[in-house]
Ligand binder design. Structure first.
Ligand code: ZN
Length: 243
């Protein structure tokens, strides 16, 4: 049994559990586990403190499999920034961690699209007292990236998809390289800049940026269903970028 499966035993009724797992009207939720866990989709061992999403029938999947790997983490603590980031984001997820002491899930922060966070940070920048802290947090996000790897990954994207819009290769590479668990960019194949690994990163990007996929997810659509719905559009864009 997975870690979060055990954690859910703390909920009194199946209805309460369902509410926590997936209320379509509510935010998407990502859980930080506190024991060894494994992705039910890619079967990768995620170690302790893995970030996972729960799907139907108690399946736990890593962020890459859940199509949330492109989001960046904004820790709780800055209410104005969080509110603004959420407002600008098409897709965001609340990050929760079980507190053994308080016997409840506690909010750790928000996973949000980087563009939305950038915009929110700019809007909040007028507040001088917190400006320095925000600069530090942005610097921290960049420091998480292996810059040399990002450059090589981006160059390979450009080579394989020469008609990809300007600047997207860097976006794709940065997202693929983030050091959250289960990110496609950190797999061995991606490290070797394997053509298929690059294609997966590009497809994920297209799905999020060039199709209504995220809106479908937010609307509570099953991931598989949403993927099927946008697959023609993804294939078309991929073809255009390959030319
Ligand atoms: Zn997975």
């Amino acid at each position: 049994m997975s870690d979060v499966g055990n954690r859910l035993d703390h909920f009194p009724t199946p209805a309460a559990m369902r509410k926590v797992i997936d209320n379509p009207a509510d935010d998407l939720k990502v859980f930080i586990t506190s024991r060894e866990s494994r992705c039910d989709e890619c079967k990768q061992d995620l170690g302790r403190h893995a970030w996972i999403r729960l799907e139907g029938a108690g399946r736990a999947v890593c962020l890459a499999c859940a199509d949330l790997a492109h989001l960046v983490f904004l820790p709780s603590g800055d209410a104005a920034l969080t509110r603004r980031a959420r407002k600008h984001a098409r897709l965001s997820a609340v990050v929760l961690k079980w507190s053994q002491a308080r016997k409840r899930y506690e909010r750790q922060g928000l996973l949000v699209e980087e563009d939305a966070l950038d915009r929110a940070e700019q809007e909040c920048a007028a507040d001088a007292a917190t400006r320095e802290a925000r600069r530090a947090s942005a610097a921290q996000r960049r420091a998480e990236l292996d810059q040399e790897y990002v450059v090589r990954f981006a160059a390979r994207v450009r080579e394989l998809y020469p008609s990809c819009p300007k600047g997207r290769e860097t976006k794709i590479a940065e997202h693929a390289c983030r050091k959250y668990s289960g990110r496609v960019g950190r797999s061995g194949a991606a490290k070797a800049l394997d053509e298929n690994a690059i294609r997966l990163a590009v497809v994920a990007h297209i799905r999020h940026r060039e199709t209504p996929y995220d809106d479908l997810l937010v609307g509570g659509r099953e991931r598989g269903e949403a993927r099927t719905e946008v697959s023609d559009r993804v294939a078309t864009v991929l073809r255009e970028w390959t030319r």
